[in-house]
Design a protein around this ligand. Structure first.
Ligand code: H79
Length: 470
């Protein structure tokens, strides 16, 4: 193996690139080389996206100091999302940073979290390495405001998770708030301590903190499947490009989400936003299991397993991925109802996962619903009247109809020309043939009524031809 001076340096000092470009001696792109032991540069965008297109379902984790106040500050309820408490209550940095001295989540068990994701049928994990509050959940040499140096816990949470993921074959990625940093005088967002964003030296913050921290994250934690930037305030394309260069240089296989402020590898929808219709690009919906992202003691409005399964199939049938969040508490515990609901989803996926992992878009579309000719939504746009009887996903030669309304008289199949060669329920070991009858030109699948507790199940049709002809 050829050993360049640079890669040799990187091995003895993984932060070597960060140091020299912090010193401002060399432009970052010239200073860095791909980290040893990382996956090679993908040969094409399709190759780069392959794992993401297969995975479909990921675990988002929002965890930080905000888990301590848990939606309350000095006895006052702070409305909204838990990780925004500092902003919402205009907590001065000098007060908020005191939380670090209380952060001691003695029940945190990285392997248990990874196992939970696995049980839920999730194929990747994305965790907040630094949220808008500016606190790093790993041992950062760039800023002592981090979980190792500033807390009694003194453990590198991200390293433990990275190791647990590597051990269990789980893809691992980071959320990093590149623009908002309420702890840094020049970061975006904290106007109560540091004045208006327009008067800040934003590039100073980017170069002194955000860029070197992203460099650390891509050098010290093994292969990173993706990096999830958020809220691109003040992110000009030029600033975005600097992050792209760092990622491409250090780990060319790492995906960039859609919120950097410059084109990434896929589109990120709005938070909790599922498009009405199919999108033809690569995309992902980040979503919550209750309402908050970071733990809130008072948010117990959990989405049921059936709702989660519906959203997953809705998303997959429209060509996207579902990145579903949990917010562990200050002890390091993921709230039990979310764990229970996700495990139930995982049990469903054990039986029906063939209709999800690596599955393609619906060739139909009418099942999603239609725009109302008369009613308007809140924004004055035509209201989309959602239908949720079934969703269709595909693999070559196969159609999967996940049914959410159990049809009494059988399922009227949407019109398509391909002959059906086989019809059976997924999970039926005998693959007992389901009768297809044609009534007035409509093919009807005589699916049996399932047991009393089934809320959704999957009809598989094997058809002639790889593509559906309508
Ligand atoms: O990390 C999660 C959120 O914290 C982050 N994106 C997801 C993945 C996010 N950043 N900004 N937003 C979401 C939009 C924030 C909107 C609000 Fe607010 C925060 C509404 C109430 C609190 C800002 C402050 C807007 C109104 C008051």
């Amino acid at each position: 193996m050829k050993t360049t001076v640079r890669s040799w340096f990187c091995r003895i000092c993984p932060l070597f690139p960060a140091f020299i470009f912090m010193a401002g001696a060399v432009a970052p792109s010239a200073a860095m080389a791909q980290v040893a032991g990382m996956p090679p540069a993908p040969k094409s965008q399709d190759e780069k996206m392959a794992w993401f297109r297969e995975a479909k379902f990921g675990l988002f984790i929002h965890w930080g100091l905000y888990a301590i106040p848990a939606g309350e500050w000095k006895g006052q309820r702070s409305p909204g999302i838990g990780e925004w408490v500092m902003h919402r209550m205009k907590i001065p940095v000098r007060e908020y940073e005191q939380l670090a001295s209380q952060f001691n989540p003695f029940k945190f068990d990285a392997e248990e979290w990874v196992k939970m994701a696995e049980d839920a049928g999730m194929k990747y994990i994305v965790i907040t390495s630094k949220h808008h509050d500016g606190f790093a959940m790993y041992r950062s040499k760039v800023s002592p405001y981090n979980v190792f140096d500033a807390t009694p816990f003194k453990r590198d949470v991200l390293k433990e998770l990275a190791d647990a993921c590597a051990k269990r074959g789980m893809q691992f990625g980071f959320y990093y708030s590149q623009a908002q940093d309420w702890h840094d005088p020049n970061g975006a967002g904290n106007t109560w301590d540091f004045g208006p964003d327009e008067k800040k030296d934003f590039d100073n913050y980017l170069r002194a903190k955000a860029e070197p921290q992203v460099t650390e994250l891509l050098t010290g934690y093994g292969p990173i499947c993706l990096i999830w930037f958020d809220t691109p305030r003040m992110m000009t394309p030029e600033r975005g490009k600097r992050f792209v260069d760092i990622v491409h240089q250090l780990q060319p296989a790492t995906l960039i989400d859609g919120r950097l402020g410059i084109q990434g590898d896929y589109h990120s929808t709005g938070d909790n936003a599922i498009p009405n219709l199919t999108r033809n690009d690569d995309w992902e919906t980040p979503a919550t299991v209750n309402h908050t992202w970071g733990f809130r003691r008072d948010d117990e409005d959990w989405k049921s397993p059936t709702e989660i399964i519906f959203k997953l199939l809705d998303i997959v049938s429209k060509g996207g991925n579902y990145l579903l969040n949990v917010g562990p508490d200050a002890d390091g515990i993921i709230p039990q109802p979310s764990v229970d609901n996700l495990r139930t989803v995982g049990r469903w996926l054990k039986v029906y996962g063939e209709a999800v992992y690596g599955a393609g878009r619906s060739p139909f579309g009418e099942e999603f619903g239609e725009f109302s000719p008369t009613q308007k939504d809140r924004n004055g746009q035509p209201l989309f009247l959602v239908r949720n009887d079934w969703r269709c996903t595909t693999k070559p030669g196969k159609l999967y109809f996940t049914l959410f309304t159990i049809p009494r008289e059988g399922l009227d199949l949407p019109a398509f020309k391909n002959p059906i060669t086989k019809a059976y329920l997924l999970g039926d070991r005998e693959k007992k043939e389901i009768t297809i009858e044609t009534i007035n030109g409509v093919r009807v699948a005589r699916v049996p009524r399932p047991g009393p507790h089934a809320t959704s199940y999957v009809l598989c049709l094997e058809i002639k031809g790889d593509t559906v002809e309508r």
